[in-house]
Design a protein around this ligand. Structure first.
Ligand SMILES: Cc1cc2nc3c(=O)[nH]c(=O)nc-3n(C[C@H](O)[C@H](O)[C@H](O)COP(=O)(O)OP(=O)(O)OC[C@H]3O[C@@H](n4cnc5c(N)ncnc54)[C@H](O)[C@@H]3O)c2cc1C
Length: 347
């Protein structure tokens, strides 16, 4: 089909994808824009999921845009649709149901999913995830009033949830380890100060290493709490739910074999272009070349992710601007001695 109208495809309807689609529409009013997402729900902020524990269970109260937003902006939103492959030479992508679509520009904003270390994977059926709206409802149903949640790992997503759980009258125990505070980099010297702050917030902190590491997660015995964690030194810990928070891993299986370079994320130059000139990436899925570090770096957090979506769209539509992170990623302590992550400032 020959047409002068460019077809921009955005994979992902998270913060990066939506910001990009908005900017693409502003800067290329006549173009065709298609947004593809596995998600069944319209766009909502996953940062808001802890609100489920405050009794907000209607997904409509989490949705960011009014129902006719995509129609008004002429963004063809294809929900419940999975991309399974990308051919960078032919400039096509393939959907799970075998349809192939041509693109002039492709923005991969497929985000990242919860990472579970290999040695924990056998316990997956006994763990409660927290990445999707349905997960949040399931864990809220499983956690009784004043119940006990055990968080493993303790990345900043988990610590944010811990604040809400404490606030809503639950008990929280953190089984801490190398992923605690992820993605913040905390030195061994600083760590005791931040762990003390968690305790001050009301979180009971158990260092996994001091107990010989996590040996297993089991169902609790009849009449006792639903879950039991056993440690290498023979001790154990019981709780109503066990939730893993070990950081995230980029969602990019469908890009394997596409011809663009990948390390852990999709590798992009400072203008967010991959090794293919028609394919860009933004958000949690990409690693950006950072001159000062001499390596490709991930930049997490709502402000960073949104800025990446905007920058990618600007560069797809003719600009050639480099990435400058808008967000300081330093973990801080508040005046009252609690930890304060810049990733929690997303309003
Ligand atoms: C529970 C939770 C709480 C969080 N809290 C915070 C917080 O307080 N502060 C903060 O800064 N960050 C927080 N984060 C992290 C934040 O959600 C991410 O940094 C941000 O969502 C990344 O945005 P993104 O647009 O890159 O990807 P995502 O929001 O992950 O969106 C990815 C999109 O890609 C789609 N997709 C993936 N694979 C495919 C495929 N094969 N085909 C089609 N579509 C696909 C998905 O359906 C989804 O629409 C939280 C994350 C979670 C899970």
């Amino acid at each position: 089909m020959s047409s002068n109208v460019r077809h921009h495809i955005v994979i992902g309807s998270g913060v990066a994808g939506n910001q990009a689609a908005e900017t693409l529409r502003e800067r290329d009013p006549d173009s065709r824009i298609t947004m593809i997402t596995i998600s069944r729900l319209p766009f909502f902020n996953r940062y808001d999921l802890p609100r489920v524990f405050r009794g907000e269970r209607d997904w409509r109260r989490f949705i960011i845009y009014p129902a006719d937003y995509y129609r008004r902006n002429r963004i063809a939103l294809r929900r419940a649709t999975r991309v399974v492959g990308v051919d960078s030479t032919a400039q096509t992508l393939t959907l799970e149901h075998k349809e192939t679509i041509h693109f002039d520009s492709l923005l991969v904003a497929s985000g990242a999913g919860a990472y579970l270390p290999e040695d924990m994977s056998e316990f997956r059926p006994l763990l409660h995830g927290f990445g999707a709206f349905r997960d949040a409802i399931e864990v809220a149903d499983a956690l009784p009033k004043k119940g006990h949640a055990i968080l493993l790992g303790g990345d900043t997503i988990g610590l944010d949830l811990a604040r809400t759980l404490l606030d809503t009258g639950h008990r929280v125990t953190l089984v801490a380890g190398p992923y605690t505070f992820w993605p913040h980099e905390v030195t061994p010297e600083e760590r005791p100060k931040y762990v003390a702050a968690l305790q001050k917030m009301g979180i009971v902190v158990v260092e996994a290493q001091e107990r010989g590491g996590i040996a297993g997660v089991e169902k609790g015995a009849k009449g006792l709490a639903a879950r039991r964690i056993t440690f290498g030194n023979g001790s154990d810990l019981s709780g109503d739910v066990v939730m893993p928070f070990f950081g995230v891993a980029p969602s990019l299986d469908f890009m394997l074999g596409s011809g663009v370079d990948i390390e852990r994320g999709l590798l992009v130059s400072p203008n967010l272009r991959t090794t293919n000139e028609n394919i860009y990436a933004a958000g949690d899925v990409c690693q950006i070349w950072t001159d000062s570090e001499h390596r490709y770096c991930f930049y997490h957090g709502w402000k960073n992710v949104r800025a990446m979506g905007e920058l990618a769209a600007r560069n797809i539509t003719g600009a050639n601007e480099p990435w400058v992170p808008p967000q300081d990623e330093t973990l801080r302590l508040s005046k009252d001695g609690k930890i304060q992550s810049p990733f929690w400032e997303y309003q």
